[in-house]
Design a protein around this ligand. Structure first.
Ligand SMILES: Nc1ncnc2c1ncn2[C@@H]1O[C@H](COP(=O)(O)OP(=O)(O)O)[C@@H](O)[C@H]1O
Ligand SMILES: [Mg+2]
Length: 399
């Protein structure tokens, strides 16, 4: 039997969940990790340390793999291109990766695919920034490279505020993507998995909610009219085909004035599709592994009426949600609690909770309750139960 040896650049939680999916097919993953204790190396015996920014280390890593894929975008793409010419198979390719490596290239790629994006301008200096802010005093300034989870996204509400933020940001070779602050109706996301021969499958679009630019909650069905759900699917497939993506493509969308515009693309498993592990026939991680290894893709349909996923993000006090796992599991035996094994640091994403239910709002409410329990907050009815138990024990002690 042919054994697949899949290399994954990066060893974070996305790699950890890819590993979980690969294990069930007898597929071995070999990780390129950067730090001892990375989530994937805690669970997978096959890894090596190295920097995806070093040509030599990337080359040594790739040599032992049939196919190499990525779980993040911070990779030296010139080295990837050199290795590709030497016969190493990267999926997605360096060409695809370079189309999403920075937000400006991404905007251009989406426009070239014939899809709508929000209005945008490039600001490489303060003059260009002021001109953009003149057009849109309520604006969003985005670092073109290196930002994620809202780090690198700055909302400003006047020309002077935007100028001041720009003065801080525009140093060295930094370039900003500037766009108007949009009063969108909602944010949605849709994920497609695509094989080298172009076969693809699409997941149901989800509705996402960000707080301070960071994804907090995902709900499916999206609640959009069926026509818009279908439009979101078509956009995702069109983008995947235009870019010739192999693996997963996640498309983040804004619903503005009744129409969908593409905010961002990612060519890897995406936070907005973690619910697919329990709520869909085949998870995004499973389909990513299948797509990059050119294996038949799995069905994407929901196996429940509705589902919600809420991220577990460490509070400002740095308390570790893992300390409250017991309480969280006790609270809702039907919930799916995922903790990635990451060290708790304020504002760090360390896990997520998914709940499947017959109703999307109820699924979300249940998921938030479990997340609250992970933060050490005890729901009132449980607290009452505990007090009664304690009282009973005390009385038994007396009796
Ligand atoms: N033009 C905009 N108008 C209003 N909100 C925006 C705009 N652009 C981004 N945002 C908000 O900021 C979040 C993060 O921005 P995004 O471009 O997706 O960067 P990141 O790479 O950090 O995910 C979005 O999900 C959205 O909630
Ligand atoms: Mg985003």
């Amino acid at each position: 039997m042919k054994r697949h040896r899949l290399g994954v650049v990066g060893a974070g939680q996305l790699g950890q969940m890819m590993h979980q999916a690969a294990v069930s097919h007898g597929i071995r993953i070999h990780f390129l990790a950067e730090h001892d204790g990375d989530p994937a190396v805690q669970v997978c015996p096959s890894y090596e340390f190295g920097s995806p920014q070093s040509a030599a280390e990337l080359g040594r890593f790739a040599a032992g793999c049939d196919v190499v894929t990525f779980e993040h975008e911070v990779v030296d793409l010139e080295s990837v291109a050199v290795l590709e010419r030497a016969g190493v198979v990267f999926r997605p390719s360096s060409t695809v990766m370079s189309s999403v490596a920075d937000k400006i290239a991404m905007r251009r790629a989406v426009e070239e695919a014939g899809l709508s994006v929000p209005p945008w301008r490039i600001a490489a200096d303060l003059g260009q920034l002021d001109a953009a802010l003149g057009a849109w005093p309520h604006a969003v300034l985005k670092l073109s490279r290196g930002g994620y989870d809202g780090r690198g996204v700055f909302m400003v509400h006047s020309l002077s505020e935007g100028h001041a933020v720009g003065e801080q940001l525009l140093t060295g070779t930094t370039v900003l993507l500037v766009e108007p602050l949009l009063a969108f109706t909602l944010e949605a996301a849709v994920v497609v998995a695509r094989r080298p021969n172009g076969d693809c499958v699409v997941y149901d679009p989800v509705r996402t909610m960000q707080i301070d630019g960071q994804c907090r909650q995902v709900v499916v069905p999206s609640g959009m009219p069926p026509g818009l759900d279908e439009q979101a699917r078509v956009i995702a497939v069109q983008a995947a085909e235009a870019l010739d993506v192999v693996g997963l493509l996640a498309v983040e969308l804004f619903l503005v004035d009744g129409g969908l515009v593409v905010n961002e693309l990612a060519v890897r498993p995406h936070n907005t599709a973690h619910h697919t592990i329990e709520a869909c026939t085949t998870s995004q991680f499973d389909n990513h592994v299948r797509a990059v290894l050119d294996l038949p893709l799995g069905a994407t349909g929901l196996t429940c009426v509705a589902a919600a996923m809420v991220n577990v993000i460490v509070d400002a006090d740095g308390r570790d949600p893992a300390d409250h796992l017991d309480a969280a599991l006790a609270l809702d035996p039907g919930a799916h609690v995922h903790l990635y094994g990451k060290t708790a640091r304020p504002n760090r994403k360390v896990g997520h909770v998914t709940v499947c239910d017959d109703d999307a709002d109820r699924a979300a409410a249940r998921a938030w309750r479990v997340v609250a329990a992970l933060h050490g907050d005890v729901p009132i009815e449980l607290e009452i139960e505990r007090q009664i138990e304690r009282q009973v024990k005390r009385q038994e002690g007396i009796g």
